[in-house]
Write a protein that binds this ligand. Structure first.
Ligand code: SAM
Length: 329
């Protein structure tokens, strides 16, 4: 990158971060006049336009950044996000066409493949949302996560804690799996001898750390973390995390191995009408009742409770979820 483009980008970024959006837009555009193919400038201008709700305006910049820089995760993540938003807001055909071309041009790109499957233009659904997509999505979301989820009426932690109440015998060594900003911590802390948290997003972990309720926090992938901690926990709780995993077999097997005998695994998932698991346009998975029962049995975990509830709203509609508590004999 030319030094003068870099200087403009730094100024634009500083304006963007401090809420001077009009000034940021002008500076990004000036940077792009100097280097029209610069992936950072395209991505950041596209992200800014999305924040302003100008999704169609954002599209060409995000497309350019994502297609020119296949290893630039933030750009890949933002391009997928704009396609989802467009499809949600009535531009479904456009979003599908874009996703189809993207997946065709970058057949090895897992993020492209994930969005193409989510938008229904390729049949092959992956076993989980790609880690880089989860990380980038939540790194970008962390600062406003609690406020945004409050607006959606999010109550995953409350309903999971309520489902657990009759089964827990404290004090317990507990893992908050996919702890995010730590919304579950205040529910788990009264039962905890030791409370750990793990999450893919370091920005989410930073928010969780600020609560000062965890004894240990680690940035990492959940299944790998569980495999590295055999027989370590009396309770593993995962509120709104397994919807980023489609095939639950790996996480259930790893949870069983990480639990002590008599331990509990509790989680919420979005409820699918289908028996199996499905990938929605949002890029999140939903799981059917029959799938959950079979997957728990396959993993050798005993189902203690499975109830349907509502964990949040989306577009004014209640999103049904299953709240599951399972035990290891
Ligand atoms: C919707 S948030 C829920 C956070 C928290 N459990 C709560 O109820 O507020 C989902 C969290 O799961 C994390 N996550 C998703 N997949 C993960 C994985 N495979 N390993 C670790 N963390 C994951 C994300 O980074 C994100 O912070």
């Amino acid at each position: 990158m030319k030094p003068e483009t870099d200087a403009l980008l730094q100024l634009a970024l500083s304006a963007h971060r401090t809420g001077r959006r009009q000034q940021a837009e002008t500076l990004y555009r000036e940077a792009l006049k100097q280097e029209p193919r610069n992936a950072s400038a395209n991505n950041l201008l596209g992200a800014l336009l999305m924040e302003l709700g100008r999704n169609r305006d954002a599209l060409p910049y995000l497309r350019k950044a994502a297609l020119h820089a296949p290893t630039y995760e933030a750009a890949q993540s933002n391009y997928g996000a704009v396609l989802y938003t467009l499809s949600k807001k009535g531009d479904e055909r456009l979003a599908k066409d874009e996703a189809k071309v993207w997946a065709k041009k970058q057949p090895q790109n897992k993020i492209a493949g994930h969005w193409a499957a989510a938008l229904g233009v390729v049949a092959k659904v992956g076993a989980a949302m790609p880690e880089s997509l989860v990380r980038n999505t939540f790194d970008g979301f962390a600062r406003d996560f609690d406020q945004k989820l409050a607006k959606l009426g999010y109550r995953g932690p409350e309903i999971l804690a309520a489902a657990l109440k009759e089964f827990v015998k404290p004090p317990l060594d507990i893992l908050d799996a996919g702890c995010g900003t730590g919304l579950m911590a205040s529910h788990l802390k009264p039962w905890a001898r030791h409370l750990s948290g793990v999450d893919l997003s370091t920005a989410m972990i930073d928010q969780a750390r600020a609560r000062k309720l965890y004894d240990a926090l680690e940035a990492g992938e959940l299944v790998a973390y569980l495999q590295a901690h055999p027989q370590s926990f009396d309770l593993i709780a995962a509120a709104d995390v397994f919807c980023y995993l489609g095939d639950l077999a790996p996480v259930l097997a790893a949870s069983k191995a990480a639990l002590r005998d008599g331990g509990l695994l509790a989680f919420t998932v979005e409820a699918a009408q289908a028996e199996d698991f499905t990938l929605g346009q949002s890029g999140r998975y939903a799981h059917g009742d029959a799938y959950l029962r079979a997957a728990l049995a396959e993993a050798g975990l005993q189902l203690l409770s499975l109830v349907q509830d509502v964990a949040r709203q989306e577009g004014g509609q209640a999103v049904p979820c299953f709240v599951v508590v399972a035990g290891k004999d």
